[in-house]
Ligand binder design. Sequence first.
Ligand code: ZN
Length: 274
Amino acid sequence: MTETAQITQVVDGVHFVSTALANWVVLTDGDDVALVDCGYPVHLPLVRASVRAAVGHDAPVGTLLVTHAHADHIGPAARLVAEDGTQVRCSPTELAGVRREEKYQVDIGDIARHPRLSVLRWTARAVRAGGLRDVAVAAATVLDGPEVIAGHRVEPLDIPGHTPGHLAYWLPQVRVLVTGDALVTGHPLLPDRGPQMLHPMFHQDLDRATKSLERFVGLDARWVLPGHGDLLCVGPDAPQITTAQMSPEVLSPSAPVPPLSISSLDEAVRQAGS
Ligand SMILES: [Zn+2]
């Protein structure tokens, strides 16, 4: 299976990478590189290509910030640790999940209760992408407060529900909110684009996940970078933004396009929680 991705520089040093199955974010400050999430195991070559595109040449990943321990968000993490000595950071509550001492993820039994063709197709694709592989990261450590990472002030926000220790990351200096799977704008199993929650079967505690969205209310975000779906611009005038199409070998810039947009983050939260 050949996976491709799109990479968009959202602001200086913040690059949003989207694939059909999962998204991640590259933070850069010169050669200092951090990721938020890193896709499925199969995405490692695209993760490397996205760092190359963001930095201008190959560079090691210093830090991987984890939103949550699912295989589509930490797939190549153990490889990054082995090859780059990457520091893998997550919430205290998610640590056992990242180390795979605990596991909260949709299983074949959950999927079998939704025997729609689209679900079966997505499942087959997720399994091919490495969704059932062991993605444990024994060396993971905790991030339990704001830190400067790859040149950006990063504030972890507790957004429990999708998993018990799910984090979003707020970068106040550049008004970027990375939402992981707490708030998405699309997914192969969702019919529409726009701010919303994932299919209920994916959440460990749906009520808690819905309530957690309130954590986003009042944040002065300009950009929302979700774990699945398109980049979302918040505010009245979404700028045109240039996205490059990326394979592990080729980077080809495409024409500027307006991103998905919404007038306020509170409206996005209302729409998602309804
Ligand atoms: Zn996900």
